[in-house]
Design a protein around this ligand. Structure first.
Ligand SMILES: [Cu+2]
Length: 260
């Protein structure tokens, strides 16, 4: 933990202001247990393959700008950890994603899961693997898109404490290995959405006596790229435009959530 905050601060200091300062998912917690993520500010050789690393590699805090990017699934370069490097938890548990100094206030956030074929997450082809959305949040309250309270704004912390994003893994989810994908989309630059995503391996157990659980029907599956057209209004919207000054509703793109 100790090394993560200073390196992120150093990275942020290279940029001129909030508009150009980015970030990402640094750690995960389940209960009191912390799972370190990949740190783009630290040497790759000290991280890839380490037994503690269950997150996919991301080498820059910069966003991906193209919804059609082949790195939309799990960021760039998206190098997977070994399949047996996982964050273990039970269906119904809360997985919390931790960020430091998340600076952007506007845009949707979502969490996705993909079951790993044959439990082998690391060899899965990320761009043909269907993900289903289990959580989403957009604009929580008005007065409009620009200055209203988005979940993204509520989530950010300016005092150096961790920004926590807790999400319940659906209680009825089938046990097994999954790729979990957290995405923050920032919309503060009109017509140029910024996609920030990180992935990790989950090993989902069933609670005693709760049965085998289920997967959502195939129609819930979305591909990355593919889940977004890239030109839909929800991504291209100019939050500062006169025509949206009374708008208090926002639809998170990518289809409905499945919560079991
Ligand atoms: Cu940024």
């Amino acid at each position: 933990m100790a090394g993560i905050l200073p390196s992120l601060l150093a990275a942020l200091a290279l940029f001129s202001g909030p508009v150009h300062a980015h970030g990402g998912l640094a750690n995960y917690t389940v209960g009191d247990t912390w799972y370190r993520g990949y740190d783009p500010g630290e040497p790759e050789s000290e991280q890839l393959g380490q037994p503690w690393l269950a997150q996919y590699q991301w080498t820059t805090i910069d966003p991906i700008f193209e919804a059609s990017s082949p790195y939309m699934p799990c960021n760039f370069p998206g190098t997977p950890p070994p399949s047996n490097h996982t964050i273990p938890l039970s269906a119904g548990d809360t997985l919390t994603a931790i960020y430091w100094y998340w600076l952007h206030p506007v845009g949707p956030m979502s969490v996705w899961l993909a079951p790993c074929p044959n439990s082998d997450c690391a060899t899965a082809n990320l761009t043909t693997l269907p993900f289903f959305k289990i959580w989403e949040a957009g604009l929580l309250e008005g007065p409009n898109l620009e200055v209203g309270v988005w979940y993204q704004k509520k989530f950010q912390k300016w005092d150096g404490t961790p920004a926590e994003w807790p999400v319940v893994i659906p209680e009825n989810l089938k046990g097994g290995r999954y790729i979990v994908r957290h995405e923050i989309t920032s919309l503060h630059v009109p017509g140029r959405p910024q996609f920030y995503m990180q992935c990790a391996h989950l090993d989902v157990k069933r609670k005693d006596g709760e049965g085998e659980g289920v997967l959502p029907p195939a129609r819930w599956g979305r591909l990355f790229p593919g889940a977004y057209e890239g030109d839909e209004e929800e991504l291209m919207i100019d939050i500062y435009a006169e025509e949206y000054q009374n708008r208090t509703e926002y639809t998170v793109p990518g289809g409905p959530i499945w919560d079991g």
